[in-house]
Design a protein around this ligand. Structure first.
Ligand SMILES: [Cu+2]
Length: 177
């Protein structure tokens, strides 16, 4: 509980006041959802949006909305299966583990910069995504990583350009190329 809410509670009387607080105060981080999708037989799998721009400290919620496949959201990072680092140096190397249909995973992204992630079983099907936290003007901003060792060409090709994500706010898979 932060100081301002503590003071609010003290001023207006405990639980009743908490129930009256608007959601924006009850849960301060902005939120964005990234859905995992796939065709019935898994011929095609993707993240929607495939590229998204968010403010620092946004809570990103990955939700498996594919009724027929399990997926992961896995940051490119040496801590995750010794993959090249494609997130900011100060970033958490998040890994959702396998999400069954309907399951979700949340991570709060605080370090500004470019985050590339993939789906463990479907990277070679081009199931990857990019999150841009902040903008190049944000203090501590870190550009997209150069390390591409062992990243399949189909995965690299599916990552939307940072400038395009910043311009549109989000990029849908159909227009990612
Ligand atoms: Cu997948």
């Amino acid at each position: 509980m932060n100081l301002s809410r503590r003071r609010l509670l003290a001023m207006s009387g405990g639980i009743a006041a908490l129930a009256m607080l608007p959601p924006a105060i009850a849960r301060p981080e902005p939120e964005v959802e990234i859905a995992m999708h796939g065709t019935a037989r898994g011929e095609r799998v993707w993240f929607t949006p495939v590229g998204v721009a968010v403010a620092p400290s946004t809570r990103v919620r990955f939700v498996n909305r594919d009724p027929g496949n399990s997926h992961t959201a896995t940051a490119y990072h040496p801590a995750n299966f010794e993959r090249p680092q494609r997130v900011p140096d100060a970033a958490l190397p998040f890994h959702s583990g396998f999400l069954l249909p309907g399951e979700a995973f949340e991570v709060v992204l605080r370090a500004p910069g470019v985050y590339d992630y993939y789906c463990l079983p479907h990277e070679r099907a081009g199931m990857v995504g990019r999150i841009v936290v902040g903008t190049p003007d944000t203090p501590g901003w870190q550009e997209a990583a150069a390390g591409t060792a062992n990243v399949p060409a189909v995965a690299l090709a599916a990552l939307p350009a940072v400038a395009k994500i910043l311009l549109h706010g989000q990029v849908m898979p159909e227009e990612a190329a």
